[in-house]
Design a binder for this molecule. Structure first.
Ligand code: KG4
Ligand code: ZN
Length: 337
């Protein structure tokens, strides 16, 4: 089954074609980062308009890269939520309408299900069950994944998501947008000093997170420092260590609590090199998608949609994106993978 996947939940227009027999056939991505950089963050209305400009040419290119025509597609999957309503509306309208006009099924994909299945696009994909650490700009979650669609949230952030904490701290330190990767790059220039930030909520039982205090701690340390490039890099280092330590401690706890041996890491912050290195030291099998599939992309949506479409699931002819959508409410498909 050849499925076109469309991602447009935030500031990336991602399109891909996945074949349940041959795997990923093509993938195209357009990032709006340069456009939003001027404003220091994503401007929702500009995001929607840019998705409108880019989405159809990207679909044409991805389908032709796959060596196919539109009539060869067997289904269309699009991100239906969570995300920015205007941005979601673009992908959902284009995807649902194309499916209707081609007379093929369409499927609304949960963005976070896309992220958590992304490591399955790689060689040596994990088997179920596993613990998933989802770390993006909008979410920080530990999820018990028993089967496709059988998700129980073990813990989540009570305030800022990890990516958001990286982005806000970077902004306070005067780094350019998008802050996360910039701050991570700066941390690589830094070293261990006596700056030590808190590891939030590790002394309490449970698997929830709280990252909002770290940005203030980083800002205060910066204001009191010599304000040199070296001082900034050392603060970035201490911030990254605090985040990575906290995530590692909670992942270890989640593995212990579930008794699972496998950990899947996904979402934009999964691209962080220090996090990858430290999680690889855990006593578990750890799976990551390639860096390009950590951040938003069409391939993960095409893949998640293909599994569900191949199992017979499909949407009625209605366009109804869901900016808020619980991961635990999805239909379980035990035989799909
Ligand atoms: O999954 P994603 O592309 O979009 C959302 O669904 O949110 O994640 C984007 C987030 C941003 O907050 C970005 O700063 C962060 O992931 N990020 C990183 C790194 N690369 C991306 N954070 C830390 N280190 C990185 N290398
Ligand atoms: Zn995402």
């Amino acid at each position: 089954m050849k499925v076109l996947g469309i991602e447009s939940s935030c500031d990336e227009t991602g399109v891909a074609v996945y074949d349940t027999e041959q795997g990923l056939l093509s993938e195209r991505l357009y990032s709006q980062v340069a456009m939003h950089a001027e404003y220091g963050g994503v401007v929702p209305e500009l995001a929607s308009r840019d998705h409108i400009r880019k989405i159809v040419p990207l679909i044409r290119d991805a389908v032709s890269d796959a060596g196919l025509g539109m009539k060869d597609l067997d289904g269309i999957a699009y991100t239906s939520g969570p995300g920015l309503i205007g941005a979601l509306m673009v992908g959902a309208s284009v995807g649902r309408t194309m499916a209707w006009s081609l007379g093929i099924p369409a499927l609304a994909v949960h963005h976070m299900e896309g992220h958590l299945l992304a490591p399955m696009l790689e060689e040596g994909a994990p088997d179920f069950p596993f613990v998933a650490l989802l770390v993006s700009g909008g979410h920080t979650m530990l999820v018990e994944v028993k089967a496709l669609g059988d998700y129980a949230i073990l813990g989540e952030s009570l305030d800022d998501a990890v990516g958001e904490a990286f982005d806000k701290t970077a902004k306070l330190l005067g780094l350019s947008y998008p802050g996360g990767p910039e701050l991570a790059a700066l941390a690589e220039q830094g070293k261990a000093t006596d700056i030590k930030f808190p590891r939030p909520m590790i002394n309490r039982p449970g698997l929830d997170f709280s990252f909002s205090g770290l940005k203030t701690a980083a800002l205060q340390t910066w204001q009191k420092s010599a304000q040199t490039t070296e001082a900034k890099a050392d603060i970035a280092y201490a911030f990254q260590e605090a985040v990575v330590d906290t995530l590692c401690i909670k992942c270890e706890r989640a593995l212990k609590q579930t008794g699972y041996q496998r950990l899947v890491v996904a979402g934009g912050v999964g691209a962080n090199k220090r996090l990858r290195a430290r999680l690889n030291e855990l006593k578990a099998e750890v799976f990551f998608p390639r860096q390009a599939f950590c951040t938003d992309n069409g391939a993960m949506i095409a893949y998640a949609g293909a599994l569900r479409l191949a199992a017979g699931q499909q949407e009625p002819a209605v366009i109804s994106p869901q900016p808020r959508w619980s991961l635990e409410s999805l239909t379980t498909l035990r035989e799909a993978v």
